[in-house]
Design a protein around this ligand. Sequence first.
Ligand code: COA
Length: 356
Amino acid sequence: MKRTKIAGIGYYVPERVVKNDDLSKVMDTSDEWVQERTGIQERRYGRKHEETTSTMAAEATRIACERAGIAPEDIDFIIFATLSPDYYFPGCGVLVQRELGITHKEVGALDVRNQCSGFLYALSIGDQFIRTGTYKNILVVGSEMHSMGLDFSTRGRNVTVIFGDGAGAAILQPTEEPGRGILSTKLHADGTYAEKLAFINPGCHGGYHFKKLGEEVDFGYPSTDTYGEIFLTPRMMQEGQYYPNMEGQFVFKMAVQKFPEVIREALDEAGLQASDIGMLIPHQANLRISQFVQKRLGLRDDQVWNNIQHYGNTTAASVPIALCEAWEAGKIKNGDLVCLAAFGSGFTWASALIRW
Ligand code: COA
């Protein structure tokens, strides 16, 4: 039976390192607070006006292509996961296509908007296309340029200290090797708590969801029956309503429940145990979350890869960056069972089991 293998992976993080102490110069926070609550020591920020979500994705893709032994021109489908796109539309899929100089018209490009589980959703879509024989070289890429859209005043500190920039890419190809490749992907969503971790404005909601939830939020909509000003009002600008917001403790509680659940679901279906996992790559949301998941599953330190200390949370890029780092460090070998897992805004959560 034909399965999907990851034929090449690559990642890119910008050069500029931003330490917790750099942030405490512009907002009321401290290295001690950030490290204690999240494990983060530093993160990377892209070069303003020179690097973007799609250019970083292109950097990661070039490395992944080289390792897969293909040229970017050989890519026949692009799946791009991000929550921080270069443009509201069109998506980053077509921008990375242009950046990579993929000029043939046979290629298709799809953008996935599933935040922290975006890479896993994208991987799952790519897996279906490979197994059905539709495409032979699929690029799955997650990339984020968070630094351009965060609130660097004390008001935004609970969110801003967590996030960083970066990109990770994988080239998917078919394999006939028995037992090898993606064994399963598990995808889940629950929109009940959509606003608990969200970037609300600008948007076309016009306050609808808040009214339905019984919450009074003043977005500064004009009282007259106009349309255009509803998307982005002066109040949204004045009050910084266009920044992400997060109920951290609520998100934390959901994450520590859903990560083990979705990993166990995949293991049970495959008739495997947590002890069979060679490497668990959890989405890098918070070191405390990863440690909790590790403990819950009874995994040793050498079975879990964490790098949030150095990159923060890079959302859709976090899983492929961590996967690539672990592979580069020689911690993932042919035949190993690799488990990817993610949870994030939506809420959406997912896992993938791969026989490397
Ligand atoms: N520096 C210093 N103090 C901060 C701060 C910062 N960067 N951010 C928040 N605080 C303050 C708060 O204002 C609050 O002060 P108060 O007690 O005077 O009101 C205090 O620290 C505690 O805030 P709280 O939000 O309860 O902290 P926490 O222990 O829950 O930690 C998170 C906050 C965000 C680190 C934690 O909730 C978390 O990691 N949640 C999950 C987030 C996540 O994973 N998101 C991505 C999902 S994919």
